[in-house]
Structures are given as structure tokens and as C-alpha cells.
Design a protein around this ligand. Sequence first.
Ligand code: C5P
Length: 193
Amino acid sequence: MIFTVAIDGPAAAGKGTISRAVAARFGFHHLDTGLLYRAVGALGGDPVAAARGLTAADLARDDLRSLAAGQAASRVAAIPEVRAALVEFQRRFARREGGAVLDGRDIGTVICPEAEVKLYVTASPEVRARRRWLEVGGDEARVLAEVRERDARDMGRAEAPLRPAAEAVVLDTSVLTAEEAVAEATRLVAARL
Ligand code: C5P
């Protein structure tokens, strides 16, 4: 069975939680596409060469989850040649036998416009910054500033800017619990299977 669930949205909106839960529930493969850009940013050097030569080992580094890695990712993610180098891998993953969930910024708009289910998971910057701060600690005001900076860069870039796909269902996790958001995503997938 070929079936793609595209989940987009800004940082710390709950995409990861929802994606993992949906993948587990239906036995689908899951790809966190932010990890690709984080790995490219963390490798340093020429980001285009890094994107073209990305390996599984590059994706397994433990330092990819930090705020700094997120900022580096969003900088290299604005480079069209970096994005182009990662398209084929993501499209092949999306059409893998057995179903696939991909989460990122441009899955429903650019990578898989034909996805069977498209979700846009969002929440207010304050709610997202609070969640990130509970994970990483430090100065909460600085975490909020970083969230806003990353939103502005991801939404404002010329290439594949973050925005809901035309047919995406919007889940606002400022007003939904994780359980409610997962239940709604699961319901939408089950309705299309
Ligand atoms: O989702 P995550 O926070 O790991 O993503 C890190 C950065 O990678 C994002 O801020 C964004 O700039 C970039 N990204 C992207 N397209 C995707 C996934 C992530 O541009 N599909």
C-alpha cells in the first residue's frame, strides 16, 4: 500500500509527537525531515556539498537537537540547491510500500502535493517557546526570540516557505492537548485509508 501523510508546521508545534503516534498506530514509516537540514547545518563547510553527500551516519549525530542546530538548519534550508539535493530522497521515502508519515515545513506544498492526508500543526509562539524551554532550559525569553526568528526565516524565505497547503487540515495545539491532536490526526488518516 502507498499512502502518504504530510505534516507541516513551525518549530515545537507538536509535529513530532503527532507523526510518531500516527506512524505507530498505522505501522507507517516515519521521516522527520528537519533532521536532514539539521545534519547539513551541523556538518559545516559547503552546505550544498553536505546535502548532496548526506549519509545515515550524519543523521545519527546526538548534537542535532540543540537550539543552535535548529538555527543552523533554518539558515541552510533557505538555500535552493540544498533543498533540491534532498527532494528525491524525501519523495522516494513518501511513496515507500507500507505507508509513510513525513513531517517538516514543505511536505504538503512541495515534496508531496499528492499526499493522501495533509496536516498543518501550529500553536502560538508563546506556547511553542514554553514547550521548547521546558525541554532545553536556559532563558525563556531567549527561547521565544529564537522561535520567532526561526518562524520569520522559515515563513519568509523565497524557496518553499512554510505555509499551510491549500487542502491541509489545521490543528492548533495551543487549544488541543497532545491526545486530542493525535486523536484528530488518527481519525483523518483512518477516514482516507
Ligand atoms: O523541524 P525542525 O525544527 O527539526 O527543522 C529545523 C529547520 O529545518 C527548520 O527551522 C526549517 O528551516 C528546516 N526545514 C525545512 N523543511 C523541512 C524541514 C525542516 O526547511 N521540510
